[in-house]
Write a protein that binds this ligand. Structure first.
Ligand SMILES: N[C@@H](CCC(=O)N[C@@H](CS)C(=O)NCC(=O)O)C(=O)O
Length: 318
């Protein structure tokens, strides 16, 4: 784990000293869009997505890529789940992992090489997801929430798929629930797990479970977060829920309850997991391995728990 400073890799864990033990997530640096008004046009085969199957932020983009039938238009490289002293690395013949790949574009050994290829003097954290433009050799975007919006609509003419996960009429409701879910749940699990003081941890975990209680209540009255229609808000929540009982309960100490203990959240989770195409985007082997093996500050033995038994394929009722 580390970051690039002036284009040089530095091995360094998140610095929580300045923030009283709290984990503060940094803003993403590349925020271009794709479309007629952009230098980045929607073209088949032009873009490449770098992801980790373990990462909830990258997972969202894989879900939209699948739902919007973009797989044949946007190629993908999948990093190895072990994110160690040089950050995200690619699989190699000596260091393979099922479903992890090499860097299909440049044969790089680490993801930070892709960032410095775009900007040799860059100072940044080296995160997934990352959307790369093969034509201009630039990074288009490394902010998952924006990549979702790009995938939702920018390639519709190419694919003929106009399914809309951010419909105009629901935008303000989606924005509102997204902000709440992001701050308290998506990022809330990280704020709990990466906290380095009791106070910071206790505060984050209380906010997390109060938010889960609120979402449980919403889902007791309606099928999806903003009503009867599935939207990006649901997919953004899903990628945290599907990791929760397997990793966040134990590794991040988010253990007041499990998702399985919430009747509506657990049924909703199973419904979304079984939505056509989604289960194949979920890789629990990468998920468990990444968190338990990479975060040696939290789990220095790197021992990966065997359980829990999950029931994602079980029946659901909504
Ligand atoms: N704001 C980014 C966050 C992405 C992110 O933090 N990804 C994690 C993996 S789950 C990462 O690559 N972390 C490496 C680091 O922070 O050094 C997004 O949503 O796209």
């Amino acid at each position: 784990m580390g970051l690039l400073v002036d284009g040089k890799w530095q091995d360094q864990w998140y610095d929580t000293k300045k923030s009283g033990g709290k984990f503060v997530r940094q803003a993403s640096q590349f925020t271009h869009s794709i479309g007629p008004d952009s230098e980045f046009q929607a073209q088949s085969g032009r873009y490449h997505l770098y992801v980790s199957l373990a990462c909830p932020w990258a997972h969202r983009t894989l879900i939209l890529r699948k739902l919007k039938q973009l797989e044949e238009h946007i190629s993908v490289s999948v990093v190895h789940p072990d994110m160690l002293d040089k950050g995200w690395q690619f699989a190699t013949a000596e260091n393979p992992f099922p479903e992890a790949t090499e860097d299909h574009l440049f044969g790089a050994s680490h993801l930070h090489e892709i960032y410095t290829r775009a900007e040799p003097e860059i100072t940044t954290r080296v995160t997934v997801p990352l959307l790369w433009d093969k034509k201009t050799q630039q990074i288009v975007n490394n902010e998952s929430s924006q990549i979702l919006r790009i995938f939702n609509s920018a390639f519709d003419e190419l694919t003929g798929n106009s399914d809309d996960y951010y419909p105009e009429a629901l935008r303000s409701e989606i924005d509102e629930i997204n902000d709440f879910v992001y701050d308290n749940i998506n990022n809330g699990v990280y704020k709990s797990g990466f906290a380095t003081t009791q106070e910071a941890y206790s505060e984050a975990v209380a906010a997390l479970f109060s938010a889960l209680d609120k979402v449980e209540d919403i889902l007791s009255k309606q099928r999806y977060l903003v009503g009867t229609q599935i939207t990006e808000g649901d997919w953004r929540l899903f990628t945290t829920l599907v990791r929760f009982d397997a990793v966040y309960v134990g590794h991040f100490k988010c253990n007041i309850k499990r998702i399985e203990d919430y009747p509506n959240l657990s049924n909703y989770l199973r419904e979304l997991y079984q939505y056509p195409g989604i289960a194949e985007t979920v890789n629990l082997e990468h998920i468990k391995r990444h968190y338990y093996y990479s975060h040696t500050m939290i789990n220095p033995t790197q021992v990966i728990p065997v359980g829990p038994e999950l029931n994602l394929d079980g029946p659901w009722q909504r």
